[in-house]
Design a binder for this molecule. Structure first.
Ligand SMILES: Nc1nc2c(ncn2[C@@H]2O[C@H](COP(=O)(O)OP(=O)(O)OP(=O)(O)O)[C@@H](O)[C@H]2O)c(=O)[nH]1
Length: 616
């Protein structure tokens, strides 16, 4: 059915269904979504290309980069033309808040489970989020074409989990298209039509906003009450800022401008705003001329969970890095940064991220899109330090951890859900215990699959916890977690000193029991990485004034002329000049010269990880 036959803004809410697909990673969400676009005629079968929706980098002629999708599809049931809005949700724990906003824009969710894998941790996490948002759940087993699919077994598991009949679990294959039409019929039948007050002051929820280099910010909204029309002045309820509505429309699958959006409708707005921070996910849009008094529930400022220093490898790239971060922030409201200078690494920025995946994405984009070579310091969480005199410090950089009499240090904790085959219960308990976890409840989802709940310090989860879980459970374990406040812990700052001078980039906040191990490993690493100097260099690890580990680099003069026999003076001069140039690049810590490569090598955790890998 051609897209133009839908009359946006005049569609009665009774004929609208808003839904999302929730699934564990790789259970086939994108493939199924593509298949739905094909079956509903939104994407011409001949023009269809794999993963139509996953095309963040592709800027279309109209200049809208479509990241998060809210695609409108026509579907007929019993002679009535329905408009189905499929809203995409990001799948990773770092972006749980965005997921919950997308869910809040829907009345129902398709819970997709791979028929060869069964339920995984993100299946559960997403299901719980959907239930919190009171969504109608349609359980679906996907990939039934796979020879290894066990639909009967997993239908039983899934029906037990959500409390329905095993026969109500639909079976589809995104690959062959089997069952997809029946699924769309079920969407129409089971998911409630949106309800809202068409005459009330307009309220629309922003569930995503994307920066586009041609058109500025494209904001995705779901109208709850009232309506939005082009050329009206809109107001953001959290900031009271007003903007002119330049264009309004729906995505199907290209942006199609419309005469407006009414109750229950989902679409996009363009206002000419250039910065996504002016159009925040979770905020409520209203009309400047007739403002709603109460904003929609749930708006929350994004809060960075993990901090790390970002330094250009070549110090002269600092202004480029600043420009690149400014540009990236236009597109990413949750990225925060401020200038930082380090004795070891020079000028850079302290950046705050939602999680490690977010950190990797940002770093990768800076390197790829802006051609920068970067060093990032070991990530850390945010600590709250209460001094004996009652003063409280929020520490986002270990080198700024306060000295003096400390009453209490608090660290963020998370509630983790781990799903494993029951044979790995002991393994998971061991891992969580090593990571200072406290066990909560444990549920059997079936005879062989267990859901384990743990409370863990975020700092212990963000590093290689997931890799460890995967390798220790032979790939079967899956993990999801959400922030759960903070709690006091026995944490100390370990400094690393070169010739009694602290090297800021190596300071770390660690649990008291792990401090000695950290100190020992860092002094060991640095001893191997720093060349001998003309004098003896002590490398020490210290907690306050107490030294907990020490290594010594013995004195030696590196004689570059040693190999020059005879009297070729020009060759000798060349070598000495080369030595001088090399010295210019050296960073001086006190009187010790350290090549930047040594810092990079010492900061990289990769050899630790591969050591751990070898043990398995
Ligand atoms: N045999 C079979 N393979 C499928 C089916 N659906 C998806 N796949 C394959 O499963 C893999 C993951 O599919 P995606 O659609 O990318 O899964 P996803 O859930 O969107 O994954 P993420 O976007 O990474 O979360 C791909 O290799 C697909 O080709 C299906 O119905 N049958």
């Amino acid at each position: 059915m051609p897209t133009s036959s839908i009359e946006p803004s005049s569609t009665s809410p009774d004929l609208i269904r808003n839904f999302c697909i929730i699934a564990h990673i790789d259970h086939g969400k994108s493939t199924l979504a593509d298949r739905m676009l094909g079956i509903t005629g939104v994407v011409d079968a001949r023009a269809a290309r794999a993963q139509y929706l996953d095309r963040m980098d592709i800027e279309r002629e109209r200049g809208i980069t479509i990241k998060s999708q809210a695609v409108r599809m026509p579907w007929h049931v019993e002679g009535k033309a329905f408009a189905l809005n499929m809203i995409d949700t990001p799948g990773h724990v770092d972006f749980t808040y965005e997921v919950s906003r997308s869910l809040a824009a829907c009345e129902g969710a398709v819970l997709l489970v791979d028929a060869a894998q069964g339920i995984e941790a993100q299946t559960l996490a997403n299901l719980y989020l959907a239930m919190e948002n009171d969504l109608t759940i349609i359980p679906v087993l996907n990939k039934i074409d796979l020879p290894s699919a066990e639909p009967d077994r997993y239908a039983a598991e899934l029906s037990q989990l959500i409390g329905c009949d095993a026969d109500d679990v639909l079976r589809t294959s995104g690959k062959t298209g089997e069952g997809v039409g029946a699924l769309l019929d079920r969407v129409v039948r089971d998911i409630p039509a949106p309800v809202g007050d068409a005459d009330a002051p307009t309220r629309a929820m922003i569930f995503d906003s994307v920066y586009d280099s041609y058109r500025g910010v494209v904001t995705y909204v779901r109208v709850i009450d009232g309506a939005l029309k082009p050329r009206e002045k809109i107001a953001m309820m959290s900031t009271h800022a007003t903007h002119d509505l330049l264009e309004i429309g729906v995505i199907s699958p290209e942006p199609v401008p419309t005469k407006g959006l009414g109750v229950g409708e989902v679409g996009y707005l363009i206002t000419g705003v250039k910065d996504v921070r002016q159009s925040k996910v979770g905020d409520t849009v209203t009309l400047a001329a007739r403002r709603a008094t109460q904003s929609l529930p749930g708006y929350r400022e994004p809060r960075p969970m993990v901090y790390s220093g970002l330094f250009p490898l070549d110090g002269s790239d600092f202004p480029l890095l600043r420009d690149a971060l400014d540009k990236l922030q236009l597109n990413d409201a949750s990225l925060v940064y401020e200038p930082e200078s380090s004795v070891a690494l020079g000028f850079g920025f302290r950046c705050g991220y939602l999680g490690l995946l977010h950190l990797e994405i940002v770093r990768d984009r800076l390197e790829r899109e802006f051609n920068l070579e970067l060093i990032s310091t070991a990530p850390n969480v945010v600590y709250e330090v209460q001094m004996e005199d009652g003063k409280i410090f929020t520490v986002t950089n270990p080198s700024e951890f306060p000295d003096g009499k400390i009453n209490e240090v608090r660290e963020p904790i998370v509630k983790a859900t781990i799903l494993v085959p029951s044979e790995f219960i002991g393994t998971v308990m061991e891992l969580c215990q090593e990571r200072r976890g406290t066990m909560g409840t444990m549920n059997y989802l079936s005879e062989t699959r267990v859901e384990m709940h743990y409370t863990l310090p975020l700092a212990e989860v963000v590093f290689d916890f997931f890799d460890q879980l995967k390798s220790r459970t032979r790939g079967y374990g899956s993990l999801d977690y959400e922030p759960d406040g903070d709690q006091a812990a026995d944490l100390v700052k370990v400094d690393i000193l070169l010739q009694s001078e602290p090297v800021d980039a190596f300071s770390a906040v660690v649990h008291k029991d792990a401090a000695y191990k950290y100190g020992l490993s860092m002094v060991g690493k640095l001893k191997d990485l720093i060349d001998r100097q003309q004098f003896e260099v002590p490398i020490q690890a210290a907690i306050g004034s107490r030294i907990i580990a020490r290594e010594t680099i013995r004195a030696m003069r590196k004689d570059v002329l040693a190999k020059c026999y005879g009297g070729d003076i020009s060759r000798k001069r060349k070598l000495l000049e080369k030595q001088k140039a090399g010295k210019k690049r050296m960073k001086n810590i006190g009187s010790v010269e350290v090549p930047p490569e040594a810092f990079i090598a010492a900061l990289s955790t990769s050899d630790d990880a591969s050591d751990k890998g070898k043990k398995k």
